[in-house]
Design a protein. Structure first.
Ligand SMILES: *Cc1c(COP(=O)(O)O)cnc(C)c1O
Ligand SMILES: [Zn+2]
Length: 475
């Protein structure tokens, strides 16, 4: 079905509004309002739409025609190609830098490691985005909204990739100044270098991500700076499209599992909303299952969901176990600690939305050790993809769930590789190099004891015969 140009332009701001996720509250706000929480009850906000007036396609195959329109930057975008499914801004106001040119790749080499039958493991490599992580899917949406409301400055707290993405969008559009909050010594150099190079104002505070998050919220409120952390509901609208592209690559067939690392839980929340809406619209007939994978050193979601029985419960979430766990972390001085810095977060801001996603997608949560993460990462690399440590948690988690029999060998599984291999070369080199001192320094304190798939370089004298001998011996 082709929509008329006129109907397309109906993808307007007046279709969208903001709504509290707490069904007992349900307060709504104008799409142009700037809130990061419900003014009535303090819960998170969703973007909702008047779908009856929206130009919804009758089937997902509608979006295939967008490939023929890729000379239009908006339809070239892997996010705005699906504008009809996130119609909160008019077409001529959409911000894009060519994000979302990411592909679902099938890999039997990594599939064997996970324990899946041939043809069943797919990797959605979001590291191929302009700033090297999936964050660009959300940042184009957040900066679009920031532009609509006339923001001059945009801020975030970040373990690295959100800041790299924000910095890129601000410099590319030249319309806003990026202000970035990072914890001291907690950011991978690949990511920090991006923020600096793209010209963002970078505020390094003494503390970790959770501390930086508290401060950025205060400062944004105080100074009227537009906040783009994933408490920003517009950002999550953009992140829904990762799942649309997965479906597109599978010719609109729904896979059995989506496996994703969990940090602030924005991605998992967005994926849940994407499938919830597609099901409501009758655009898919079933919803895949979701597996959210925590690092063992930052496993709040795992603890709450799998050990303390916290559930969405139609929005009536029992907050006692959550409060108790937060208090316990305070009392015991527990800090998030994992080599997977992008998910080194103990107080995930999107916890409640993620609980809803787990409900909608019949989800499970697992935690994996840094050892499992790095071994999985080496397998992803050897399989020809590569990713940063946090991303490999998805593959390590899929393997774990296969071993437990929760995932069957015949299941069709999609692991999201959230960030690019080059984001954190230190971890990669420390794992592979075979340099014990470096290994101990970077990985030792994290309980990583061996580089099971280490591929160190071979030192050889500068001598032709010795070089040939070395190649014969090792190759
Ligand atoms: C931000 C990030 C995550 C965590 O995603 P959430 O949506 O916060 O759960 C995981 N991996 C990478 C590479 C990231 O940049
Ligand atoms: Zn509310």
């Amino acid at each position: 079905m082709l929509l008329s140009a006129e109907k397309h332009n109906a993808a307007q701001t007046d279709l969208a509004f903001q709504r509290c996720i707490n069904p007992l509250c349900g307060a709504t706000y104008d799409a142009m309002a700037i809130h990061t929480a419900c003014q009535q009850c303090g819960e998170l906000l969703d973007i909702a739409y008047d779908w009856d007036r929206a130009a919804l396609p009758s089937s997902l195959a509608f979006f295939e025609q967008m490939w023929a329109r890729r000379n239009d930057p908006v339809r070239f975008s892997g996010v705005w190609r699906f504008h009809e499914l996130l119609p909160f801004a008019p077409q001529d106001k959409l911000v894009t830098v060519g994000e979302g040119q990411t592909l679902l790749q099938q890999t039997d080499a990594v599939g064997r490691y996970v324990g899946l039958n041939a043809g069943q493991l797919h990797l959605q490599y979001e590291g191929m985005n302009p700033s090297g992580s999936f964050k660009d899917n959300g940042m184009c949406a957040a900066t679009t909204h920031a532009g609509l409301v006339g923001a001059q400055r945009a801020a975030c707290a970040s373990t690295g990739n959100t800041s790299a993405s924000l910095a890129l969008y601000c410099s590319a559009t030249q319309r806003m100044k990026a202000v970035i909050f990072i914890g001291s010594g907690k950011i991978a150099y690949g990511k920090l270098s991006q923020a600096l190079d793209y010209g963002a104002l970078t505020i390094q505070i003494h503390g970790d991500f959770d501390d930086a998050m508290v401060r950025v919220k205060e400062v944004s409120k105080e100074m009227g700076i537009y906040l783009v952390n994933s408490v920003n509901p517009f950002r999550l609208e953009g992140q829904k499209t990762v799942m649309y592209r997965v479906l597109e690559a599978l010719r609109w067939e729904v896979p059995d599992w989506i496996v994703v690392p969990g940090g602030n839980l924005g991605n998992s929340s967005a994926f849940g909303k994407a499938f919830m809406e597609l099901k409501e619209h009758g655009l898919i007939d079933r919803v895949p299952r979701l597996a959210v994978i925590n690092a063992a050193g930052a496993a709040t979601l795992y603890e709450l969901f799998e050990n303390r029985g916290v559930r969405w419960n139609e929005g009536r979430i029992d907050s006692d176990p959550i409060d108790q766990y937060n208090q316990k972390m305070d009392q015991d001085g527990i800090r998030a600690d994992t080599i997977a810095s992008a998910i080194e977060i103990n107080r995930p801001v999107n916890l409640k939305k993620c609980l809803r996603a787990l409900d909608v997608m019949d989800g499970v949560v697992r935690k994996v050790s840094d050892q499992e993460i790095l071994d999985a990462k080496a397998q992803v690399g050897a399989g020809g993809f590569g990713c940063e440590p946090a991303s490999a948690a998805s593959v390590a988690g899929a393997k774990r769930l296969r071993e437990e029999g929760v995932i069957a060998p015949s299941d069709r599984v999609v692991c999201v590789l959230t960030g690019h291999e080059l984001k954190d070369p230190n971890a990669t080199v420390a794992y592979h190099a075979g340099d014990q001192e470096m290994f101990d320094k970077v990985l030792g304190s994290r309980g990583v004891t061996e580089a099971k798939f280490g591929n160190g370089s071979v030192a050889v004298e500068n001598d032709l015969d010795k070089i040939i001998e070395a190649i014969r011996k090792h190759g």
